[in-house]
Design a protein around this ligand. Sequence first.
Ligand code: GDP
Ligand code: IMO
Ligand code: MG
Length: 433
Amino acid sequence: MRYTLNLRDTYMNNNVVIIGTQWGDEGKGKIVDWLTSYAKAVVRFQGGHNAGHTLVVDGKKTILRLIPSGILHENVICYIANGVVVSPEALLEEIAELEKHGISFCGRLHLSYAAPIILPSHVALDQAREHVLGIHKIGTTGRGIGPTYEDKVARRGLRLVDLLDINTLTEKVTTLVNYHNFLLEHYYQVKPIALKDILSTAMEWSQQLSPLITDVSHCVRTHQDKNEPVLFEGAQGSLLDIDHGTYPYVTSSSTTISSVFSGVGIGPSQVDTVLGIMKAYTTRVGSGPFPSELHDETAEYLAKQGHEFGSNTKRLRRCGWLDIVFIKKAIQLNSISCFCLTKLDVLDGLSHINLVIDYQIKSMLSLDMEEPIYDILPGWESNTAGIRDWAALPLNTKSYIEKIESLIGVPITMISTGPDRADLIIRKNPFQS
Ligand code: GDP
Ligand code: IMO
Ligand code: MG
């Protein structure tokens, strides 16, 4: 049995999952950070340091790639579960950077023994593949994410547990890097990676990371058994999902709800609420179809006003209108029960706002060819930045939000009106049922 019913259960949802419902960068990090004050633990369950989650607290910006966005809250434990691909190099850099800013990790960060390791040769393979694809490139973050997930599925990859046994580590690293170097040299015809360097770095990783490696599934289930609130932090967005996204222009993990179960090692009854994060317009980094993409001054306005360049790779994000058809798909894929609408304030200066409500041709086979059908709503042309109270929103803003709710049939229970942690309107906290 999961837990003994007590009084708290009658008003708490203990297990909340945060899922991006577009092509990533919806503002998940900010919302995870805010919700962490209601949680005991925060768990990353898929993706890797291709993610870039931005938190702003009292004007101070922190960008997280691998470390869960709950880390700024002192009494919360953060977990990187088995579904995440871990670059020890990136992780150690991120830890060092946060420590410089006074964040303490003592007993607060745990890594799953079963998480796959990203090696420098994975990064080289990722970049070599993109180079060969030329104009057809996926536009990956170049961080080695795809090749590492490939090695996991091919059952030849390394996992964090391999860092615990230095007697076998050399042989395991050598076998894998030799294979990568064969591909790099003979297929992609680029320079191989120096095995010697990887071997000595792997020994350092072993020393530094071994104390953090544990059975994360067990730890998370223990929190759940004790009835402690747990927040599960998704990376990327539903349209980047390897199965359900705009393939092949997707990432290499499942970015939808199923990853919580396989990526942590819990069952569906251990999730109470799925909070979808939806930006008030749409952005995309990298290549691939984007039917509501704009190429005019509104695109420039959204990019400038929303600071739409990658928090991770600094690439400019493509901008377009909010697509209700895709949001409905994300609702179905993830069983989303409530939404947080983010970056509402970015629309403040627009005289009209479009919503994609349908398509001329209904086929997911050739998104590029599809012509969106828009509903055009009046803008509000006044300031919503920093508003924290529903009643203070302009009438047209409320109508815009209510229109989205009526189209998607799921309530928008949180609204974000600025980058800062406190710039939020809470209509209902997802931890409260
Ligand atoms: P994530 O990957 O989903 O966590 O999102 P990112 O952090 O990559 O991108 C979201 C960007 O928008 C960051 O720069 C945030 O600081 C910023 N942001 C988040 N919410 C809001 C909001 O409501 N309004 C504005 N103006 N910016 C926001
Ligand atoms: P967060 O968590 C936006 C995109 C890349 C590329 C594709 C494949 O910050 O929302 P990959 O390196 O994963 O093989 O690249 O996926 N991508 C993201 N786009 N936000 C992200 O994460 C992303 N993570 C990957 O731009 O198009
Ligand atoms: Mg991001």
